[in-house]
Design a protein. Structure first.
Length: 325
């Protein structure tokens, strides 16, 4: 089979296609014939050796796939050969024609959902749902600011926050086209965060009160300036920093207004199967009934993984980015 391998850290040109053996299933594992692989910002950070979980060279990129189960390891009972599944790969290996992972990290895809849609509902969907439901504990009527609202997570955050009863959703993005995507999904206010006055625009949109919840995947200067429009008793959740810019703030600055800074990472939920299955059930059911719109922004053949990374890192993508082996 063909698989992307990274032998040295650096630019997207380090994603090299190789011919390797098809993996076998160990105890509790499944082998998947990959029909689609998800591309995430974390993949690029890992490639540059900037990811929160360090890896040793060489390594196999790709944290998620969707496809057909071709082999079961000993003890697998919840999945059968021939099932269409979407699966997490904590140890990587998703940029390939076949992948192997633990069966408990896979979910059977309902017949009304495509493999590409299932990918958009996995890393991005699980992140959006669990961040709002368990991390933020979003309350009805709260005002929410979603940065990068046209991205894979952002497009789902806008919709799920609306479904959970958010009072007003303020969406930011870097251009008019991306803001139009957020508007089409239910955002109430649209702000270009490349403008120097974006913080003032947020304050104006809230009547000077600030927002109750900020969901930030941008990091750097946007992250730091976000505290200037966070309401008293408000919460900012950081779940990404693709540019690698500084995200440091003085903890004491949160004291006067009783504000909360919180991190979110999906990997910590892999051992919480109750919450994971709840999230999958919600996402699949909402998508199947058309209440949750999945945005597949762009697809690339596996051999063009480097171009997929370049476009994502240059902010040329919207929604979910997918590789087709």
């Amino acid at each position: 089979m063909r698989q992307i391998i990274v032998n040295e850290f650096g630019g997207s040109e380090k994603l090299i296609l190789h011919d390797v053996a098809v993996p076998s299933a160990g105890d509790g594992q499944i082998v998947i014939k990959v029909e689609a692989s998800g591309v995430n910002f974390s993949d690029g950070m890992q490639r540059r050796n900037k990811y929160v979980f360090p890896v040793s060279l060489p390594y196999l990129p790709g944290f998620e796939v969707a496809g057909i189960v071709t082999e079961l390891g000993k003890g697998v009972e919840n999945i059968s050969v021939g099932d269409r599944v979407v699966a997490m790969l904590p140890n990587g290996g998703g940029y390939a024609q076949y992948a192997v992972t633990a069966s408990y990290l896979a979910a059977v895809i309902p017949p009304t959902i495509s493999v590409q849609e299932s990918l958009a509902l996995q890393v991005q969907g699980l992140t959006a749902y669990l961040m709002l439901k368990d991390g933020a504990k979003l309350q009805s009527g709260q005002t929410v600011l979603i940065h990068a609202a046209a991205g894979g997570v952002g497009t789902l955050l806008v919709q799920i926050a609306k479904q959970m009863g958010a009072g007003k959703i303020i969406a930011t993005a870097s251009n008019v086209e991306k803001l139009a995507v957020a508007k089409s999904l239910g955002a109430d206010e649209l702000i270009n965060y490349t403008e120097s006055i974006w913080v003032q625009k947020v304050m104006d949109a809230t009547g000077g009160k600030g927002v109750d919840l900020i969901l930030d995947s941008t990091g750097g200067e946007i992250f730091r300036n976000s505290f200037n429009c966070l309401a008293p008793f408000g919460k900012l959740i950081s779940f990404g920093n693709p540019t690698g810019g500084s995200t440091s703030i003085e903890a004491f600055t949160l004291v006067n207004n009783n504000q909360i800074l919180q991190g979110f990472g999906l990997a910590s939920y892999f051992g919480r199967q109750d919450l994971m299955q709840e999230a999958y059930q919600y996402l699949f059911s909402q998508a199947a009934t058309g209440k949750l719109k999945v945005h597949i922004g762009q697809t690339f053949p596996l051999k063009d993984a480097a171009e997929a990374h370049r476009q994502m890192e240059n902010r040329k993508t919207t929604g979910k980015t997918v590789l087709i082996p």
